[in-house]
Design a protein around this ligand. Structure first.
Ligand code: 2AM
Length: 179
C-alpha cells in the first residue's frame, strides 16, 4: 500500500523563505523546507494498481497555467487545541477549478468523494502541546506574510512516507499543463 495525495510543489525560494520562519514554537514539528507543499486532494492508502488508475485519470486533466500567491498565516484546531500552523493562499478560481478536475479524476478512478471543504494552505508545523502564547506570537509575526506570485504549470501525485522525524513526501508523477 502507498499513501498518496495530489498537490503542488513550491518554488525553492518560497520554500527557503518559509524555512526561515519555521522557528519560535517550542515542540513544533516543522515541515522540512523540501517537503513544503499545497495539498489539492488527499487520497490515502491505495494499492499499486489503484495508484496507476488514479495517475492515468489525472493524466487526462488539462488546465491553463495560473498564478498563486501565498499570503497570511493561520491555524487549524482539533478539539480545542492548535494542531497546525500554516501560510495561506489568496483565493484563486483557477486553483479551485484544478482541484475540481482532480476530484473528478479521483472519482473516475473509483475514489470516494472528498466531503471536506477545500481550504488551501501550506502547513508549516504540526503541533501537539505548543504554548498558546508562542502560537499567538508566531501567527502575529506572520500575518503579513506575502510572497511574489508563482506560476503553476503542473501538479503532482505525491507519496507520503512516515519516517522517524515525521512524514516525507515524494512526487511520484508530475502532470504538466501540456499533458
Ligand atoms: P496538512 O498539511 O494540512 O496536514 C500529506 O499528508 C498531505 O495531505 C498534508 O498536506 C495533509 O494536510 C494532507 N492530509 C493528510 N491527511 C489528510 C486527510 N485525512 N484529509 C485531508 N488531507 C489530509
Amino acid at each position: 500500500m502507498i499513501r498518496l495525495f495530489f498537490g503542488l510543489e513550491l518554488p525553492g525560494e518560497l520554500r527557503m523563505r518559509i524555512g526561515a520562519i519555521s522557528r519560535g514554537i517550542d515542540g513544533a514539528r516543522w515541515v522540512a523546507p523540501e517537503d513544503l507543499h499545497i495539498t489539492l486532494r488527499f487520497i490515502g492508502e491505495v494499492t499499486g494498481p489503484a495508484m496507476e488508475e488514479i495517475a492515468a485519470e489525472a493524466a487526462s486533466i488539462r488546465f491553463e497555467p495560473f498564478a498563486v500567491t501565498l499570503a497570511g498565516a493561520g491555524h487549524f484546531e482539533r478539539r480545542g487545541r492548535v494542531g497546525a500552523v500554516w501560510i495561506g493562499i489568496e483565493p484563486e478560481p483557477a486553483l479551485s477549478a484544478l482541484r475540481e478536475r482532480i476530484e473528478a479524476a479521483a472519482a473516475r478512478a473509483g475514489q470516494q468523494p472528498e466531503r471536506r471543504r477545500f481550504r488551501p494552505h501550506v502547513t508549516v508545523a504540526r503541533l501537539s502541546r505548543a504554548r498558546p502564547a508562542e502560537v499567538r506570537d508566531w501567527l502575529a509575526a506572520n500575518t503579513l506574510f506575502r510572497a511574489v506570485p508563482f506560476t503553476v504549470d503542473r501538479f503532482a501525485l505525491f507519496s507520503s512516507t512516515l519516517g522517524r522525524h515525521g512524514s516525507t513526501y515524494t512526487a511520484e508523477c508530475r502532470f504538466p499543463v501540456e499533458g
